[in-house]
Design a protein around this ligand. Structure first.
Ligand SMILES: Cc1cc2nc3c(=O)[nH]c(=O)nc-3n(C[C@H](O)[C@H](O)[C@H](O)COP(=O)(O)O)c2cc1C
Length: 335
């Protein structure tokens, strides 16, 4: 059984990747994931805001002068707030010792010097950078046009690209007026891969306490349909790598993403729910499924059920939508 895959030009032992999240936050956890068999890990994001906080700290220290460094550090600076960027570089180095390829994650949304941190990540041993451009077009005082919104993504990618030589994957949400066009633009701008999708912050309103809440809930497999159908549509239309992220709970979810055309399949929620050994269960399940279906390698099945250019194909095009509505109306018809 050959589970080898290629992602961002890197050779991986299998397509299962532990995506950014608490499970990859320490070298010890990465070590457990490596033992459980994952093909690669993505570290949690280093955020633009954290890089800025560190830069502000350095600036303030430079202002008070090196002679009073100790004193200044004790009253001017909250060490916890500024330590993460340096700890992050250390984490990359220590996680890499697990032997599993380590992808660093950089998360931001504006133009600025934070993008240069990608170089430090590369120098610390990251084999690739995952660039999570988490921009909320509701943040400013006016709403950007769709074109301005998209250009921001292209510009941030170009800025990161200009400082590193390792491959870059861009992690995205599907919320663009034409996601396929955005994917093509990012590929043209030099993206080596696309990660579909980042989950949006789940802001909600509690009518009991009159409060606005933000937070993350772990995902469910039902959420995989949107990223899966976009991967199926993009496979064959882009040359860059495609990573699936969201809703992987079982080996069948991994297999379905591979059939859609994913080069790698990522998981966070399932690892948090079941622990790092769940990676072994997913890989064993994938191998068992391949055996049952008489499949010898991941390459044989990748994109087998991709949409191709003919989106009129049932299941992907509007024709499929009409027959799905008709079937559902019959199935759920009130008695
Ligand atoms: C607690 C938690 C923390 C996360 N932190 C990050 C992060 O730092 N950077 C990032 O790009 N994605 C982060 N994610 C998103 C995951 O990497 C992943 O894209 C998302 O959870 C969907 O995958 P899943 O359905 O397997 O959970 C986080 C998710 C969770 C649940």
């Amino acid at each position: 059984m050959n589970l080898d895959t290629s992602y961002l030009g890197l050779k991986l032992r299998n397509p299962l990747v532990a995506s950014a999240g608490p499970m990859t936050q320490t070298a010890e956890r990465v070590e457990h994931l490596a033992e459980a068999g994952v093909g690669a890990v993505v570290l949690p994001s280093l955020f633009e805001e954290q890089i800025r906080a560190e830069a502000d700290r350095d600036e303030r220290l430079a202002e008070v002068g090196i002679d009073s460094f100790g004193e200044a550090a004790s009253y001017l600076i909250d060490p916890d707030a500024t330590a993460w960027p340096r700890q992050y570089l250390d984490l990359i180095g220590r996680a890499a010792k697990s032997g599993v390829p380590v992808i660093a994650s950089l998360n931001g949304s504006t133009h600025g010097g934070w993008t240069e941190y990608a170089r430090a990540m590369q120098d610390a041993g990251a084999v690739a950078i995952e660039l999570n451009i988490y921009y909320l077009p509701t943040d400013g005082s006016s709403f950007p046009s769709g074109r301005e919104n998209e250009q921001r993504f292209v510009d941030i990618l170009a800025a990161v690209k200009s400082v590193v030589s390792v491959p870059i994957a861009v992690k995205l949400t599907p919320y663009f007026s034409s996601f396929g066009d955005m994917a093509l633009r990012l590929e043209q701008a030099g993206a080596d891969g696309l990660v579909l999708f980042n989950r949006f912050m789940q802001t909600d309103i509690d009518p009991d306490t009159f409060t606005v809440s933000t937070g993350f809930k772990l995902s469910s497999p039902a959420e995989a349909t949107v990223p899966r159908s976009w991967i199926a549509r993009l496979r064959g239309r882009v040359r860059c790598s495609l990573a699936a992220s969201t809703g992987v709970e079982t080996a069948d979810d991994v297999a379905a993403y591979l059939l859609a055309g994913a080069d790698v399949v990522m998981t966070t929620s399932a690892l948090l729910r079941h622990g790092p050994s769940h990676a072994t269960a997913l890989l064993d399940g994938l191998t068992a499924w391949m055996n049952r279906k008489g499949i010898g390698s991941v390459t044989e099945i990748r994109g087998l059920l991709a949409a191709g250019e003919d989106t009129s194909q049932a299941g992907f095009g509007r024709y499929g939508y009409l027959s799905a509505v008709q079937q559902a109306s019959r199935a759920f018809s009130p008695r």
